[in-house]
Write a protein that binds this ligand. Structure first.
Ligand SMILES: [Zn+2]
Length: 279
């Protein structure tokens, strides 16, 4: 599986949530048909004020010995998503946003290492990039995290138990005696903002990539759970191509779409604050 979800629960939630999702902010989504108006217009001479620049952490999934999905000609998902991330970085930096990549080359950071890159930041969002093993070429899906027992207290019930990986256990143990939130509960406070971001991204994507679903998908995507900030995953279809150009051609429009959606994103739980009083 190229986009790790929590097995059976993921599939159940995916099927159920698509028709039940509600747009958190219809007014903002309506604006997606026009170019973003809040993009800074003057590229030169950054202000001397400490503007709270948004940081976008782009996560090319897999890497190293983990190729992810493989195409019929040997094309590796891990390489394709790195190209996608590099294109998105150029688009976002052109909007004067700060951009970090969870890997710059063919490394394979752990899930927790990738999450740790953003969990120390304020005013940041996380976008993980995947390529599916199948599906209509030229379509995309956006995911946001759905806790299996959404809305209930953070207890390790049978349904809501976190994935029992060594790293997750270690992290939880380390946090037991502090006031920090539990690693496996990190995403809970950003669920609404992540959903808002996912709707924005999918709304823009479907305009550029016909045949994509209209709404994002709620699923327990492993990578997203341990992130304290708004976090989504974008899955591109698909690696099952004999000509890599079919995916290469998606890099630029995908990058532009991410840029547009990010420019329109204002987290629900933490409205942007600017010391200069900018709007
Ligand atoms: Zn993947």
């Amino acid at each position: 599986m190229t986009l790790p979800v929590r097995s059976q629960q993921g599939e159940r939630f995916q099927g159920k949530q698509i028709s039940q999702l509600q747009v958190p902010s219809g007014a903002q989504l309506q604006q997606n048909t026009s170019p973003p108006t809040n993009t800074p217009q003057i590229p030169q001479s950054p202000t001397t004020e400490e503007a709270p620049t948004l940081t976008v952490v782009l996560d090319p999934a897999h890497g190293g010995a983990d190729f992810g999905a493989r195409g019929p000609t040997g094309l590796a998902e891990s390489d394709v998503v790195l190209d996608f991330a590099r294109a998105a970085r150029i688009a976002l930096e052109a909007q004067r946003l700060r951009v970090l990549l969870t890997r710059e080359g063919n490394q394979d950071p752990t899930f927790d290492a990738r999450s740790a890159m953003i969990n120390g930041l304020t005013n940041a969002i996380f976008i993980s990039l995947h390529v599916s093993s199948s599906g209509p070429v030229g379509t995309l899906r956006t995911y946001y995290y759905l806790f299996p027992s959404n809305g209930t207290p953070a207890v390790n019930s049978a349904a809501g138990a976190p994935p029992q990986t060594a790293t997750a256990q270690t992290s939880s143990a380390q946090l037991t005696h502090s006031s920090l939130i539990q690693w496996d509960e990190a995403q809970r406070s950003s669920v609404d903002s992540s959903r808002q971001l996912a709707f924005l991204v999918q709304t823009v994507l479907v305009q550029r990539f016909k045949g994509s679903p209209d709404a994002p998908i709620a699923a327990p995507v492993r990578q997203l759970r341990t992130i304290t900030a708004p976090a989504i995953a974008i899955e591109v279809s698909s690696i099952d191509v004999t000509d890599a150009k079919r995916l290469d051609q998606m890099a630029q429009p995908l990058a532009e779409a991410i840029g547009r959606a990010v420019a329109e994103f204002h987290p629900l739980s933490a409205p942007p604050t600017t010391p200069s009083g900018a709007h």
